[in-house]
Design a binder for this molecule. Structure first.
Ligand code: CTP
Length: 482
């Protein structure tokens, strides 16, 4: 049996704080057994400091919290949730949750348990994973003693996710735990015990009774981890991906014709997401990586000369983003627009770097990407997953050139947050035109001339250009515009 004594030694120091001393005295005074449980205890052993402390009381959690709040004084903020029999105290940046020890049973169609009072061990047994079922006694006589009936500490040492109860029951009772399992496996780089893994495969369809909000919350924790592909592969292997994100699943597979295959876009996407995760913590940039090729299955064509093509997959992909965000209950705000923009533009720097990098093409890219240009470049570099070292080197060298040009042009022309120096109102006043197609055409002509570098990005020069273009078209200037 592996020795876990060195881990147990961490407890004494972790619980030697005023708040635990206060809890201890209050619990002893009330005659309640009282334990710290769950994630807080797990995270002590994993050295992940946390301010969320769950406390189980063999007695009334509410009475315990009320008494403790009085003792902690004015700086403690108490909230009581009578119908749940729980209470929370916020105190100096800590969040303490108090609940009576309980046992639970579930109905098939709901995650909401029928709750009854229980013993500490019954409470631990109904929790999701053994590493989340560790308890530390807070009563004076046994202060700091670990209570671990399901060998959670050993599992923690072996980096194993195992359920205290038979896994089929644990996951069927509360299917959200299947997502939590994959999330913990990704965040903590733990393995899932075989029996638990099989139980998830068996119960994957039951994820449908969980709210979309909770599912996406876990999914985003997977996406925010250091190597998101660990979780995305597990979601796939357990069958959960089919249920929650079929578009991603559809990226899988390789078709070969005349000896020519295309890459597996699912595994390519996973690699791009991992590449991005090494460069940036921005969740939405990671989402752009996840969705950058999402339309490839629809856009796939075979051409006898070119082989496999995926024309327009970037545009179609960008169009798919709102429906995906809506279904998954992701925000439909500027975050979505950002993802949409990056998916739509993700081919541009590559195309640009394959050709001669002209000022005008760079200016147009800057104009369209605006402030998101750096993120777009990061995404495009992450997208280079070729195994051919020479090809890779050439791409990166070209990207370097594009980045350099971007810098030069930005310094010279300030295109990033480009606003046309001449607007539609100016054009209407100059020629006495009503709103309409003619004004739009003149406006686009100035925009193109500036982005092509034929006209400087300045008001007087742009006005001069519009006036001569209008006059060429037979319009008469009727007013001066400053
Ligand atoms: N728990 C559970 N089943 C769930 C959710 C939670 O059994 N579906 C239990 C676990 O014992 C967990 C504790 O409740 O440790 C607290 O849950 P929560 O605060 O959601 O998660 P943590 O485990 O603390 O982890 P994290 O803070 O990373 O979400």
């Amino acid at each position: 049996m592996a020795n876990t004594d060195h881990l147990v030694d961490r407890l004494a120091e972790a619980f030697d704080t005023p708040v635990f001393k206060a809890i201890s005295e209050v619990a002893d005074g009330l005659g309640y057994e009282c334990y710290a449980v769950g994630g807080y205890v797990r995270d002590i052993f994993l050295r992940r400091p946390s301010g969320d402390i769950d406390v189980v009381v063999v007695g009334s959690g509410v009475t315990m919290a009320e008494t403790l709040a009085r003792r902690l004084g004015k700086s403690a903020h108490l909230s009581v949730f009578k119908s749940f029999g729980t209470a929370q105290i916020k105190w100096h940046g800590l969040e303490l949750e108090f609940v009576g020890a309980r046992r639970e049973s579930y109905r098939r169609d709901s995650r909401k348990p029928i709750v009854e009072d229980g013993t500490l061990e019954e409470d631990q047994y109904r929790r999701d994973f053994t590493v989340n079922a560790l308890a530390v006694c807070l009563n004076g006589a046994r202060f700091g003693e670990l209570v671990d009936p399901f060998d959670g500490l050993l599992d923690l040492q072996n980096r194993l996710l195992r359920t205290p109860a038979p896994p089929d029951i644990t996951f069927s009772d509360d299917p959200l735990r299947m997502m939590r399992c994959v999330r913990f496996a990704t965040q903590l780089k733990f393995n899932i015990e075989d029996e638990a893994f099989e139980a998830i495969r068996k119960n994957a369809k039951r994820i449908e009774i969980v709210s979309k909000e909770r599912i996406i919350d876990e999914f985003n924790k997977i996406m925010s981890s250091s190597v998101p592909s660990i979780g995305l592969v597990l979601l796939d292997e357990t069958g959960l991906l089919d249920e929650i994100f079929p578009e991603l699943k559809r990226l899988q597979g390789v078709e070969t014709r005349n000896g020519r295959g295309h890459k597996d876009n699912f595994y390519h996407t996973l690699q791009v997401v991992d590449n991005i995760a090494r460069e940036s913590d921005n969740l939405w940039l990671r989402w752009a990586a996840l969705l950058h090729d999402i339309a490839k299955p629809q856009c796939k064509r075979w051409d006898n000369v070119a082989g496999w093509t995926f024309h327009n997959h970037n545009y179609i992909g960008a169009k798919m983003v709102p429906a995906i965000f809506k279904r998954l209950k992701l925000p439909l705000n500027e975050k979505m627009k950002y993802v949409q923009k990056l998916v739509g533009l993700h081919m541009r720097p590559i195309v640009l770097s394959e050709d001669i990098v002209t000022d005008s093409a760079v200016r147009r890219l800057l104009f369209e990407a605006g402030d998101d240009i750096d993120d777009l470049m990061t995404l495009c570099e992450a997208d280079i997953t070729s195994r051919n070292a020479e090809r890779k080197r050439r791409f990166f060298a070209n990207f370097e050139l594009v980045r350099q040009k971007l810098k030069e042009i930005e310094q010279k022309d300030h295109i990033r947050n480009f606003k046309l120096p001449v607007d539609g109102n100016d054009i209407m006043r100059l020629f006495g035109l009503p709103q309409g197609r003619e004004v739009g055409e003149l406006r686009n002509a100035v925009k193109d001339a500036i982005l092509d570098g034929r006209v400087p990005n300045e008001r007087q020069a742009a006005l001069g250009f519009v006036i001569s273009l209008g006059e060429e078209k037979g319009l008469k200037r009727i007013a001066d515009v400053e």
